[in-house]
Ligand binder design. Structure first.
Ligand code: HEC
Length: 243
């Protein structure tokens, strides 16, 4: 029996090493995610909404932060579910959260571990202090499935700026997977020039609109807000400027 355990451990070790070093065909593993640490952005101007600046919203901040840094293929998506952990949606993320004891929640603790226990694991960059603080604060505020979005009615879609609107949205929801040395699907969205290519070939709008024939992004179960989609659409219609 001892040997079976040992063989099991070796197989597990090999499997893990394989995961890290040699992605299987069709498998995308983000190796260099130094550029993927998301700086949460306020998706709407405060004047437009009743969003509280002191509240950490799950839908706009925590979900994109966790999915784009942890739920990629080979890690904690529904298919790979490393260590049985799925981090693609609220229900599954809550399995790693202890509302009564925020700092001992696995979702938070793993960010601060050392060595191979740290998540996301090296060579991915450690979460910034600001992002760790957001995760903790969200749990301390009750780990709610809360959202604060501009409605279609109060969404400003004129003179949309790439640097002030479009890029921050992509940084929040997309570049965790679509940047670094092995971006998902070979698509890097971490620069104006690259985004322009996918804006021009229709794949950017097709994927975020969940149009038939395109892979739904950021995932089949979550969609950008109505206002964010309208702003990206308007930015393309206005000439895809580097403004
Ligand atoms: C969790 C990782 C992840 C996140 C987050 C993510 N993507 Fe993707 N993306 C992928 C993978 C993996 C594929 C390839 C899908 C496939 O072939 O099944 C892909 C494919 C695409 C494609 C090609 C779609 C097509 O049908 O041609 C585009 C465009 C794209 N993503 C844009 C985005 C945008 C824009 C966002 C943010 C709103 C985003 N992605 C967020 C992993 C991700």
């Amino acid at each position: 029996m001892k040997y079976i355990g040992l063989i099991g451990s070796i197989l597990l070790l090999v499997a893990c090493l394989n995961d890290k070093n040699t992605p299987l065909p069709n498998q995308t593993v983000v190796v260099d995610t130094s550029s993927s640490i998301v700086v949460p952005v306020s998706p709407v101007s405060p004047a437009n909404t009743t969003c509280s600046p002191d509240t950490v919203y799950f839908q706009q901040t925590i979900l994109p932060l966790i999915t784009s840094n942890c739920a990629m293929s080979g890690c904690h998506d529904a298919i790979s579910k490393k260590d049985g952990v799925i981090l693609t949606d609220y229900t599954n993320i809550m399995r790693e959260v202890k509302v009564a004891s925020p700092a001992s929640s696995d979702l938070y603790k793993c960010l601060n571990e050392t060595g191979e226990d740290r998540m996301p694991p090296a060579p991915a960059a450690e979460f910034s202090l600001a992002n760790k603080a957001l995760v903790l604060k969200w749990i301390q505020q009750g780990a709610k499935n809360n959202s604060c979005l501009a409605s279609a009615a109060n969404c400003d879609t004129t003179g949309i700026s790439f640097s002030a609107s479009v890029f921050p949205t992509l940084k929040t929801y997309c570049t965790g997977c679509h940047s670094g040395t092995t971006p998902s699907a070979g698509i890097d969205l971490n620069s104006y020039a690259a985004v322009k290519v996918y804006a021009a070939n229709g794949r950017l709008m097709g994927s975020i609109n969940h149009t038939a024939g395109y892979k739904p992004m950021p995932s089949s179960t979550s969609k950008l807000g109505v206002c964010e989609i309208s702003q990206i659409k308007a930015w393309i219609a206005e000439g895809t400027l580097n403004n």
